[in-house]
Design a protein around this ligand. Structure first.
Ligand code: BV8
Ligand code: ZN
Length: 231
């Protein structure tokens, strides 16, 4: 299996989480991507997500996303778990699958997807629409719509997290790519592979919280390392 973070999308031009806010006024992501900020100031959080949606829509999957997609398509069984909400793994899966089924390369998106909205009251999901003068409302119940991502301070979807942990516990290898391994509970997923007797290979341009526990650390950019490692 593979667990990916913002670093796999860096070469696509998507700012890693730590500098996402740096490009947008003077806010820090940790201040904006929180349920507290959304409840306090939904318009500012919505404007940040609308900006990020537009930014990400212009980005393309890079060689790292595509090598990972080819690897899982060749294996025929799904194994990508991502913290990213940018949708680039899904776009890589569709590109690499051609007219074949993309399923084996589709990711478990444990933090949700920025291109979708969700109703804060009834949970109804809908495709994103351009942000207008008034904040988006749910067509079914009139509740407040928000981006379909897990904000800091919110629980992850327990079913998705359980699927990710089942993959990790059974995996011989967890390839951990482009994550600083500080965000919980995602950062615990590779440890489940180690506890299950499997190995962890970390692909990152820097050392991280996980490096000490990794079986092998490959120091380099995902877009360069993954095609070399996975073919
Ligand atoms: C929860 C969706 C429990 C949004 C995201 C204090 C207050 C509040 C909460 C907490 C707190 N202390 C701890 C917590 C828990 C918190 C947490 O873990 N905080 C951290 C910061 C300490 N976790 C949560 O809040 C989670 N929920 O715990 O709920 C709970 C219990 C009871 C009741 C209620 C709740 C929710 C976590 C999910 C948050 N949402 N994303 C959005 O994206 O807009 S997480 C967000 O951070 C992104 O998903 C992103 O992926 C992630 C950041 O992590 P990384 O992916 O690792 O990205 P980062 O930039 O950090 O690192 C990039 C790495 O890539 C670097 O290592 C870099 O070296 C490397 N790199 C760069 N370029 C390359 C590269 N590598 C390879 N190639 C390259 N080219
Ligand atoms: Zn609703």
């Amino acid at each position: 299996m593979a667990l990916t973070g913002a670093g796999i999308s860096a070469e696509s031009g998507v700012p890693t989480f730590r500098d996402a806010g740096g490009l947008w006024r003077s806010y820090r992501p940790e201040e904006l991507a929180t349920i507290g900020a959304f409840e306090r100031d939904p318009r500012t959080v919505w404007e940040w997500y609308a900006w990020r949606r537009g930014f990400v829509a212009e980005c393309q999957p890079n060689d790292g996303h595509r090598a990972l997609a080819r690897f899982f398509l060749a294996r025929g069984t799904a194994g990508i778990v991502t913290q990213n909400v940018d949708g680039l793994h899904t776009r890589a899966a569709l590109k690499e699958a051609g007219d074949g089924p993309p399923d084996a390369a589709l990711p478990i998106e444990i933090h949700g997807a920025i291109a979708r909205d969700r109703c804060n009251r009834c949970g109804l999901r809908a495709d994103a629409e351009p942000l207008g003068d008034s904040l988006p409302r749910c067509a079914a119940c009139g509740g407040m719509r928000r981006p379909d991502v897990v904000l800091f301070g919110e629980m992850l979807d327990s079913e998705l997290l359980a699927r990710a942990h089942r993959l990790a516990e059974r995996a011989d290898l967890c390839l951990v790519i482009g994550t600083s391994a500080v965000v919980q509970p995602a950062a615990g997923i590779p440890l489940a592979t180690l506890h299950g007797g499997g190995s962890v290979i970390e692909v990152n341009t820097e050392a991280t919280e996980l490096t000490g526990a990794a079986t092998v650390e490959v120091r380099g950019a995902a877009g360069v390392v993954l095609p070399a490692l996975l073919g």
